[in-house]
Each structure stands twice: as structure tokens, then as C-alpha cells.
Design a protein around this ligand. Structure first.
Ligand SMILES: [Zn+2]
Length: 79
């Protein structure tokens, strides 16, 4: 899927900034948690920051207790 591949590139960039390896699958729990919270957005270049903020808005905006590991992000992506 093309969208998935595009996001994969973002994941690789994040990996470099984070300094550790992340799963290639953008919707993996570890990635979602990082995008949703632990990532330092100040360190990102503006393009990547925009991408991730859009990603957050599109996929991580639910209010489930277990978010972002509640399954909504993946489900929204499929729809
Ligand atoms: Zn949810």
C-alpha cells in the first residue's frame, strides 16, 4: 500500500532522531506511543513535524482509555 510506504519513510527518520530502531510498520504500538507522546517534536524538521502532526490528527485523535493502543488508529487507516 502506497500510504503505508510513505509513512514508513517517516518512521525511518524518527528512528534516527530517537536513536533507536522502531518497527517498520507505522501502526505498530511502539510507533504509535512515540508519535502520540514520547517524541520530542522540537527536534524534528518542519516537514516531518507536519507529517506527524497530521498523522496524529488523522489517526490518534480518539479518546479511548487505551489509546493509542486501542486499535482505532489501524481501523481508521483501513477505512
Ligand atoms: Zn480508540
Amino acid at each position: 500500500m502506497i500510504a503505508k510506504k510513505a509513512r514508513l519513510r517517516a518512521v525511518r527518520k524518527i528512528q534516527r532522531i530517537a536513536g533507536y530502531r522502531l518497527p517498520d510498520f507505522a501502526f505498530h504500538g511502539a510507533n504509535l506511543e512515540m508519535i502520540a507522546g514520547s517524541l520530542n517534536y522540537e527536534q524534528l524538521d518542519p516537514t516531518l513535524r507536519d507529517q506527524l502532526l497530521r498523522f496524529q490528527k488523522d489517526f490518534l485523535d480518539c479518546r479511548c482509555k487505551g489509546s493509542p493502543l486501542c486499535g482505532c488508529p489501524e481501523q481508521k487507516f483501513v477505512l
